[in-house]
Design a protein around this ligand. Structure first.
Ligand SMILES: *Cc1c(COP(=O)(O)O)cnc(C)c1O
Length: 344
């Protein structure tokens, strides 16, 4: 059975968190002399809402997740790092992750001095819950899944994710940075069934806001409490909070972007497959396409010398001679395809 008490690091369980001025006072007031702020230069003179309630209210309505089940951070990078700081004792605990996947899980493990165990995906880029469980021991606190996965682009099998959630006594993170481009519901819908589930989403991809740095974690309110307890008090600044609120008023615009990008993705895949330098394009549920070419380095170099940057994933496990190509505007995709034609 999953028990959060067995998972939290003892120092975090015992931690008395920093109490900021705005934590103590809740309600209406007009004279704020409690936080040593400058009374001039409104609205930037005031510390922002440490728990970002108005942003969470809108996210809750859009995503169908209860406010108490939402954590907001400085990009997804923040909750990724906090998973280690909250649950993994350096040099004692470990985590298990699919391989290949998003690089930040391993970087944050290294920074926090936590052992990172990799389990290779199969040739269809799918994982087996049993293989991940076989890599785990009594010190495994977190398992990392990414669906749709970066850099492979595919959704992970739903039944295997379910199986892992049911069989593993630690936390299972499902990173859904690309879920808006996929033809499947978010695992956030299953939070009530799984107390060990953490779902990550972000404003950096479908929401077109990588620059404002806003990431979301959805989980049980007990897990969210732990993350709130250890985060920097004012981790999401007021510019970011305001920009997110403004964008969420234009959800239709975001839906249009996603629709356009999905149509462009189909077109890009179709056109790539016509090229003789392309060996195959892998099925994708994200806003990028992983493509195996005859010579990734040569293709990459040719594109760079013409001002087009893609990601060379040649050295990544299972991705030999693969390029990861982000879906751009119709014009950008045309420029890319033209340049690839020139190489034929
Ligand atoms: C791009 C990406 C993110 C986004 O990270 P932010 O810090 O929110 O910008 C998260 N996870 C994966 C797998 C990604 O590819």
């Amino acid at each position: 059975m999953f028990d959060l008490n067995n998972i939290i690091r003892p120092n975090i369980k015992a931690l008395k968190p920093y109490s900021c001025a705005r934590d103590e006072f809740k309600g209406e007031a007009s004279v704020f002399l409690d936080a040593n702020e400058n009374p001039y230069n409104a609205p930037y003179n005031r510390y922002p809402d440490p728990l970002q309630w108005s942003v969470k209210e809108r996210i809750s309505a859009i995503k169908g997740v209860a406010i108490e089940s939402i954590f907001l951070g400085n990009g997804s990078d923040e909750p990724i790092d906090l998973m280690y700081r909250a649950f993994c004792e350096p040099r004692v605990d470990n985590v298990v992750a699919i391989n290949p996947t998003y690089g930040m899980y391993e970087v944050c493990a290294d920074i926090n001095d936590v052992e990172y165990r990799k389990v290779e995906l199969d040739e269809k880029f799918q994982f087996s819950a049993d293989k991940l469980l076989a890599k785990a021991d009594e010190h495994t606190k977190v398992m990392w899944l990414c669906s749709p996965n970066n850099p492979t682009g595919n959704l992970l099998a739903e039944n295997e994710i379910e199986k892992l959630l049911q069989s593993f006594n630690g936390i299972v993170v499902v990173d859904e940075a690309y879920i808006d481009f996929a033809g499947r519901d978010s695992f956030a819908k299953k939070l009530s069934q799984h107390s060990n589930l953490v779902v990550l989403q972000t404003f950096s991809k479908a929401w077109g806001s990588a620059a404002i740095r806003l990431g979301m974690a959805f989980a049980s309110k007990e897990i969210i409490c732990v993350l709130n307890k250890i985060k920097y008090p004012y981790n999401v600044n007021i510019l970011t909070q305001r920009q997110a609120l403004a964008l969420m008023k234009e959800a239709d615009k975001v839906a249009d972007w996603v629709k356009t990008l999905k149509a462009e993705r189909s077109r890009l895949v179709e056109e790539l497959q016509k090229l003789s330098l392309v060996v195959c394009t892998y099925p994708t549920d994200a806003n990028f396409v992983l493509t195996k070419v005859k010579d990734a380095q040569a293709t990459y170099n040719h594109l760079v010398s013409n001002g087009i940057i893609v990601r060379n994933r040649n050295s990544v496990t299972l991705c030999g001679n693969c390029l990861r190509i982000t879906v751009g505007t119709p014009e950008e995709n045309k420029i890319l395809l033209n340049e690839l034609h020139n190489l034929e």
